[in-house]
Design a protein around this ligand. Structure first.
Ligand SMILES: *[C@@H]1O[C@H](CO)[C@@H](O)[C@H](O)[C@H]1NC(C)=O
Ligand SMILES: *[C@@H]1O[C@H](CO)[C@@H](O)[C@H](O)[C@H]1NC(C)=O
Ligand SMILES: *[C@@H]1O[C@H](CO)[C@@H](O)[C@H](O)[C@H]1NC(C)=O
Ligand SMILES: *[C@@H]1O[C@H](CO)[C@@H](O)[C@H](O)[C@H]1NC(C)=O
Ligand SMILES: *[C@@H]1O[C@H](CO)[C@@H](O)[C@H](O)[C@H]1NC(C)=O
Ligand SMILES: *[C@@H]1O[C@H](CO)[C@@H](O)[C@H](O)[C@H]1NC(C)=O
Ligand SMILES: *[C@@H]1O[C@H](CO)[C@@H](O)[C@H](O)[C@H]1NC(C)=O
Ligand SMILES: *[C@@H]1O[C@H](CO)[C@@H](O)[C@H](O)[C@H]1NC(C)=O
Length: 238
């Protein structure tokens, strides 16, 4: 037996025991629940602080907690993530917003409308709730007529250059392309951004920056076993 292999076998039980102990200690390991700002981060979510941390669950549910700001971020398929505003474990629902999208829309020096659909950036475990409204961004080669702008409630964004925003109805996924097609604005530069309907019900495309900041609801599914039964998260099992 190679010395390294012997070494690993000898230490494995001790390492496992340490990992189990870590679960009910405050200093690292995989905690059942951890605070990040005002949020409780519990299973299936888990916090990663540094590159060297061991995974404590599915990568889709990995949360980065910025210690100095108390902001929890859910990773996305692009380099920046979704900041978590709130989590409801009972409803398996999160309220998140797209940090990068907001920064670009609200930038005074490098204003850009979104390029990627939100549904293409979310980890696969999450589904955009149909209770969101669809905020549609258009990057057009030619401005729609004033009449059409008025009829469809198109708002010219502060980015200028024929970039428009429009608030649609309930978010319905990629199928919305037909519904929101606009001549002169190709579908590859039409981007959907789900937004939560504001509590005052006065959703208005002219408030598009605020709406993006307000976030949108996503839901997650529990992992399903081969027998079709839900598996309980480890924290609920004992
Ligand atoms: C977070 O968890 C702690 C301990 O489990 C609990 O006392 C507290 O009420 C929770 N806070 C929220 C906002 O759920
Ligand atoms: C944490 O947030 C602060 C303030 O926004 C930022 O300057 C810092 O870079 C963040 N830390 C990391 C590791 O992203
Ligand atoms: C963040 O804070 C936690 C607990 O307060 C600590 O364990 C962790 O090392 C800190 N992470 C960084 C990157 O400072
Ligand atoms: C998070 O949701 C809970 C329950 O709906 C609510 O009481 C709380 O105020 C919310 N927190 C934030 C920061 O929105
Ligand atoms: C519109 O698309 C063009 C070409 O891709 C890009 O250069 C421009 O920055 C976009 N405009 C906005 C406001 O994002
Ligand atoms: C967008 O679509 C137009 C017309 O279909 C095409 O000419 C253009 O190359 C496409 N742009 C991108 C970035 O795919
Ligand atoms: C949206 O808000 C703008 C400015 O606040 C206002 O002029 C416009 O009438 C509003 N549109 C709707 C449909 O309420
Ligand atoms: C947008 O930028 C302005 C000015 O920089 C800032 O006051 C405002 O809070 C920003 N809006 C959001 C929703 O972040």
């Amino acid at each position: 037996m190679a010395p390294t292999c012997f070494f690993a076998l000898y230490w494995l039980p001790l390492i496992l025991a340490a990992a189990v102990r870590g679960a009910d200690q405050e200093d690292g390991g995989c905690l059942a629940s951890k605070k990040c700002g005002d949020l409780n981060i519990s299973s299936p979510f888990w916090i990663i602080q540094g590159q060297a941390d061991k995974p404590c669950g599915s990568l889709d549910f990995q949360v980065y907690c910025n210690n100095s700001t108390g902001v929890a971020t859910l990773r996305s398929s692009t380099d920046s993530g979704f900041d978590i505003i709130n989590i409801s474990y009972g409803d398996r629902t999160l309220l998140v917003f797209d940090v990068h999208r907001l920064a670009r829309l609200n930038s005074s020096t490098d204003c850009r409308i979104p390029v990627f659909n939100t549904f293409a950036k979310l980890p696969v475990a999450f589904t955009i709730s149909p209770s969101n409204l669809n905020l549609v961004f258009y990057n057009c080669t030619k401005a729609p007529s004033a009449e059409q702008q008025r009829q469809l409630g198109l708002v010219e964004t502060r980015c200028g250059n024929n970039a428009f925003a429009r608030l649609g109805g309930r978010f319905d996924g990629p199928g919305d392309y037909d519904k929101y097609y606009l001549e002169g604005c190709s579908s590859n530069s039409t981007v959907f951004s789900p937004v939560l309907e504001p509590p005052d019900g006065k959703a208005n495309a002219s408030r598009y920056v605020e709406l993006v900041r307000g976030g949108f609801l996503i839901t997650w599914d529990l992992p399903v076993t081969s027998s079709g039964k839900f598996t309980l998260p480890a924290s609920l099992k004992s």
